[in-house]
Design a protein around this ligand. Structure first.
Ligand code: ADP
Ligand code: MG
Length: 622
């Protein structure tokens, strides 16, 4: 076949292959257009999972009649001036409408503030009709019928109506989180109506919108994030470690207001939580990154969900640092949902305890959030960065003399430890975990504060404390290494070998002795003793990948931390040890002072708090 120029419709259909994957992509593009037009209300209607109908109506600026034909022409946009590096709108490629018009029946009815009447244009499988007068209020209605009728092959890849409807809901929720000042409704015969009234573009409004989308119990289980580094601002909320999901779907990320799915951000979130969550659990997060548009490339893929940062190390460091800081700042904090869920389970005739429940539905988000011990980012506080390898800390003793010693006071405490302690010291009642009153079932410390009852799982708590102490020791000085009898040579692509060599000093601090060995290899002479017999080849390759991706050596730190966790698990107070009052109080005080000690190494709570008011309610006294 000779070379020939493709027809306009063919070109658009090829573009549609990338931009318009399924009904949800149409909804995404149309809603983005409405938001770019400054809409304060966006109404979405679908039928047949979006395959038979998608209609998006907005009250935005509208399209002047003379520009209607351009709106559906390829590479025509009102959003890009002359600088591809300065993109401030959601759209900029000028290909959504022509792509949709090439694979479906599309009509656009619009009216501007200046226009005295509306006009309409339509396009079916690439065939454009004349512009006609129409009746409409200010704003734009875009209607898409029979999606993919012109490309039956694509139609075959659609999942059922139900699945397509729910993907569309996800898309709308994802965008809605970034636009709390806009009212969204999503309705249709194929779904239950989603209504998101405007909550306002204030910190409270943004959190209220998040609660509309994620569930009313999220704010009570979340910590605020607010951090700035080298002109990059990070804001949002992350869940406390006891509030998790089985997958990462509830992790929302935005770059300059644009919803993105980004590997780097996802990896940074995983890294930040690695210490407090089991491997198969995921935090719930909403994170907004704001940075100079010139330092991030959004023109990576037609769907605009991928981004590239000019300084990925900075972004990763900011996210990991800010989340860890916030988790440490929230300090020891009960899991309000689990406590509330437990109370519900106690109640006569209540449904069995399920986590998480909408425990705080009766309170305002604000009240629930404050009551939960909300703690914002405080840059003036000295940062606690247990994993910051660039920072030398005073040595707190090696692995042998970890804080275990504080609890090693002999196998048997006197019997009165179990009987309960008569007079709690007034000062202790004011502490977060209060004064220890008794130990029951050989593992639970019962303590009391002025307005609550605390139950501590002593094994879980101690395990966490030992872990934190081990980690501190680990990162406060050079990690002991063992010499290999024969250096191990790892063959790698030249860039990888170069990158590893560049980080060799840091790696040495972690006990990995490495040097360049010819152009395409490195020689490993020492490995961290803690790792024992380890697969050096695999470790080095993982490190090379990670440095290439993120410019960090997080992998090695994470592996060492995991080993510390295993050691802690074996070395902590077993349940069954009887503790004296002083020992119990010492444990409580140490928990209060240790970041992250509200959960054990596996992410379970180490203590629960029952408010006196809740207990009274249980007994029908309120
Ligand atoms: P892009 O959004 O990348 O510019 P589109 O094909 O999505 O490309 O839209 C083309 C143009 O049509 C936009 O640049 C805008 O000027 C106009 N437009 C589309 N939808 C709307 C809308 N809902 N309100 C106002 N103008 C719109
Ligand atoms: Mg667009």
């Amino acid at each position: 076949m000779p070379i020939r120029q493709l027809s306009e419709t063919m070109i658009n259909q090829i573009a549609a292959g990338e931009v318009i994957e399924r009904p949800a992509s149409v909804v995404k593009e149309l809603v983005e257009n409405a938001l770019d037009a400054g809409a304060s209300r966006v109404e979405i209607v679908t039928a047949g999972g979006g395959l038979s109908l998608i209609r998006v109506t907005d009250d935005g600026s509208g399209i002047p009649e003379r520009e209607l034909a351009l709106a559906i022409a390829r590479h025509c946009t009102s959003k890009l001036s002359d600088d591809i590096h300065d993109i401030r709108s959601l759209g900029f490629r000028g290909e959504a409408l022509p792509s949709i018009g090439s694979v479906a029946r599309l009509s656009i009815r619009s009216r501007t503030a200046a226009g005295d009447s509306a006009a309409e244009i339509s396009i079916e499988g690439g065939r454009v009709s004349a512009v006609k007068p129409a009746a409409a209020n200010r704003g734009t209605t875009v209607e898409v019928r029979d999606l993919f009728f012109a490309t039956p092959a694509r139609l075959k890849f659609m999942k059922g109506e139900r699945a397509e409807s729910s993907t569309t809901s996800d898309v709308v929720k994802r965008i809605a989180i970034a636009f709390p000042a806009v009212r969204f409704t999503l309705a249709g015969s194929d779904r239950s109506t989603l209504e998101l009234p405007a909550t306002g573009d204030t910190p409270e409004g943004r959190l209220a919108r998040v609660a509309q989308v994620m569930g009313a119990d999220f704010p009570a289980n979340a910590i605020a994030i607010d951090a700035l580094r080298d002109g990059v601002h990070l804001a949002g909320h992350v869940s406390i470690p006891s509030y998790t999901r089985a997958n990462a779907l509830q992790q929302y990320a935005y770059v300059n207001g644009r919803p993105v799915r980004d590997k780097l951000i996802a990896g940074a979130i995983r890294g930040a939580f690695a210490d407090v969550l089991p491997r198969d659990r995921h935090a719930v997060t909403v994170l907004f990154l704001s940075l100079d548009p010139a330092t991030v490339d959004v023109n990576v893929h037609p769907a605009k969900a991928d981004v590239r940062f000019r300084d990925p190390g900075l972004v990763r460091g900011l996210i990991v640092g800010a989340i860890r800081e916030a988790l440490a700042g929230a300090g020891i904090r009960a899991a309000p949902t689990s406590a509330a869920g437990m109370m519900a389970a106690f109640r006569p005739g209540a449904a069995p305890y399920s986590h998480p429940g909408p425990a705080n539905g009766h309170r305002s988000y604000e009240a629930a959030f404050r009551a939960s011990g909300f703690s914002g980012f405080d840059p003036s506080r000295s940062p606690q960065r247990p994993l910051d390898m660039g920072e030398a800390r005073p040595a707190r003793g090696g692995f042998a003399d970890n804080d275990q010693a504080a609890f090693d006071t002999g196998p048997m405490a006197s019997a009165d430890a179990r009987a309960g302690i008569a007079e709690p010291a007034e000062a202790l009642l004011g502490m977060v975990l209060g004064a220890a009153r008794a130990q029951v079932h050989e593992n639970y410390i019962v303590a009391q504060t002025r307005d609550s009852l605390i139950i501590v799982d002593q094994h879980a708590a101690h395990e966490r404390l030992v872990y934190e102490a081990l980690k501190n020791a680990l990162h406060s000085r050079a990690v002991p290494s063992q010499m290999l009898l024969l250096p191990e040579i790892v063959d790698l692509p030249e860039e990888d070998a170069e990158r590893l060599a560049m980080h060799s000093e840091t790696l040495a601090r972690f006990g990995l002795g490495l040097e360049r060995f010819g152009p395409g290899a490195v020689a490993i002479r020492e490995t961290p003793s803690m790792l024992g017999e380890t697969n050096v080849q695999q470790l080095v390759r993982d490190l090379a990948d990670e440095i290439a991706d993120n410019d960090t050596v997080e992998t090695l730190k994470e592996r060492l931390d995991r080993i510390a966790a295993t050691m802690a698990c074996h070395g902590s107070v077993r349940s069954g040890r009887l503790l004296k009052a002083e020992e119990m109080n010492a444990l409580l005080r140490q928990m209060e002072a240790t970041p992250g000690s509200g959960t054990c190494n596996h992410g379970r709570p180490t203590y629960i708090e029952l408010k006196l008011a809740d207990i009274e309610r249980l007994f029908g006294r309120r």
